[in-house]
Design a protein around this ligand. Structure first.
Ligand code: BG6
Length: 487
């Protein structure tokens, strides 16, 4: 069983407290940490949103949300948890007397006061200004920002500057929930706590790397946001690039946030920019058509958008061949792929090693070693190796994994990414949060990709919902004599 070390008492204000993120992730995350005794009974959890509701109505909303979430339900402990909750309705972009309630609920005993912006990023700067005017940017304040931080480099810089004018960088927690996933953290342990891997973790032994985040869901009521973003801004700029950074970075001097972030930034800065000339060969953008997902008919992307005859060239799928220009990785392609309405929900990092230099056995059996870190579902790690199939009949090779599946080796439920990251905010541990420089470096590279698509008139391919993306995605690897790993 996992051991949960209680964190010090804290207060948290969730702006956008009745919104989707709060209901699906934040309130359940806090409830589950409370169930495990990690959160103290004197903590305050304050929901703030525009809609008028009583505290009791907010508690009802929270109860429904926590019951619907994956995990244990305990009605006795729920009653104790509900005591922690407060609610206020207001416009958070203006200062004034309306802040009195929130201020009166905050405990001023030196505990962390967390302000979680689960709102549209369009108001991040205004809200921070108001928090400053209200004197809430104290030395105990911690600000949590959800993605997306901007829609390009210029808007990200504006947000970072506006927020940074009120809060110190050390008090700003830019969340990327992929960094809170168990297997993502396991990647760090695997790489840096096992002497086995470092000598082979480079162009000397690695043929290529594949990072896939496939989703079977569609827009889930977020069409407005998604149509303005697309797969590159929504997933690649943050989640996939973070996975790439952890896979490719040099060993940090320590696990201190400054050291880890410094190594990640170096990777982001070493990403080879796409240009108008290179982008067509090295990338694919596509949108899904109607199709079958889990045996159910789903409409096309365009049909999901509102309006009579919606037009949109937003990509719901992207595949990229990325190069990292440094000594460790020169010549090793990193293939990234993500999409909505793909066959199933499946995310993994696959590291394919080079084949043995000399074929001792039947060449048909010369399949290279692969290390697969499965993020979801069935979290775990598999190292695929060749072994001899036992028994007589000659030297037959069998390709089998050394299997470290989480479900089989550990307890069934372990904390969701948000649970872990929220506890890290309380502990003041910034290691798994993105720095300003990281976010901006990622946008700089992504801006170049999007501009190259625009300049070269990169076509928007189509793929039927419920598939692994368009044919062009398979061709991207086929040109290099490789295939996507879809197991
Ligand atoms: C979010 C994206 O950041 O991550 C969503 O905005 C996406 O579009 C989600 O569905 C995926 O997260 P997870 O944890 O379900 O893989």
């Amino acid at each position: 069983m996992a051991e949960f070390i209680p964190v010090e008492p804290f207060d948290i204000v969730i702006f956008g407290g009745t919104g989707d993120l709060s209901k699906r992730k934040l309130l359940p995350a806090l409830y589950h940490r409370f169930l495990d005794g990690q959160i103290h009974e004197t903590c305050r959890i304050i929901g703030v949103a525009r809609s008028k509701r009583t505290r009791e109505q907010f508690i009802e909303l929270a109860e429904e949300a926590c019951k619907a979430a994956n995990g244990e339900w305990d009605s006795k402990k729920w009653k104790a948890f509900a005591k922690l909750l407060e609610y206020d309705a207001m416009d958070i972009t203006t200062a004034g007397k309306q802040w009195d309630n929130v201020k009166s609920w905050l405990t001023n005993d030196g505990r962390p006061q967390i302000f979680y912006l689960a709102t549209t990023p369009l108001i991040y700067v205004d809200v921070c200004k108001v928090l400053g005017e209200e004197g809430l940017n104290t030395e105990h304040a911690r600000l949590v920002l959800e993605k997306p931080i901007g829609k390009d480099l210029a808007s990200a810089e504006a947000i970072n500057a506006g927020v940074g004018a009120v809060f110190d960088e050390k008090a700003i927690y830019r969340i990327d929930h992929y960094l809170g996933k168990e297997t993502v953290q396991n990647l760090l342990v695997l790489r840096f706590a096992n002497a086995l891997f470092e000598p082979v973790w480079s162009r000397n032994a690695i043929d290529h790397v594949q990072i896939t985040v496939a989703e079977s869901i569609g827009l889930e009521g977020r069409a407005d946001y998604y149509d303005r973003s697309g797969a590159v801004r929504d997933m690649i700029q943050n989640h996939l690039l973070q996975l790439l950074c952890l896979t490719a970075m040099e060993p940090p001097n320590s696990l201190h946030a400054d050291d880890v972030r410094m190594e990640k930034i170096k990777v982001l800065r070493a990403l080879k920019p796409f240009t108008e000339e290179t982008v067509a060969q090295n990338s694919v953008r596509a949108q899904y058509e109607a199709g079958l997902v889990d045996d159910e008919k789903v409409p096309s992307y365009l049909e999901t958008l509102s309006g009579d005859a919606p037009q949109s060239s937003t990509e719901t799928f992207a595949a990229l061949k990325v190069e990292i220009s440094n000594g460790r990785w020169a010549g090793v392609p990193f293939y990234l792929r993500t999409g909505k309405r793909m066959t199933d929900r499946r995310s993994s990092i696959m590291i394919q090693f080079k084949p043995t230099p000399h074929p001792l056995f039947d060449s048909a059996d010369r399949v290279p070693n692969r290390l697969v870190m499965r993020l979801q579902p069935d979290e775990g790690m598999k190292l695929f190796m060749q072994i001899k199939e036992p028994g007589p009949g000659g030297m037959r090779l069998k390709y089998l994994p050394l299997d470290l599946s989480y479900a089989e080796n550990f307890m069934v439920r372990y904390p969701d990414a948000y649970e872990r990251l929220l506890m890290d905010v309380v502990r003041g541990n910034l290691s798994l949060f993105m720095s300003r420089a990281e976010v901006e470096a990622a946008w700089r590279w992504v801006d170049q990709l999007l501009a190259s698509w625009e300049q070269s008139g990169q076509p928007l391919e189509q793929y039927p919902a419920g598939t692994q993306g368009p044919l062009q995605s398979a061709m991207l690897l086929d040109r290099d004599g490789r295939e996507w790993w879809d197991e």
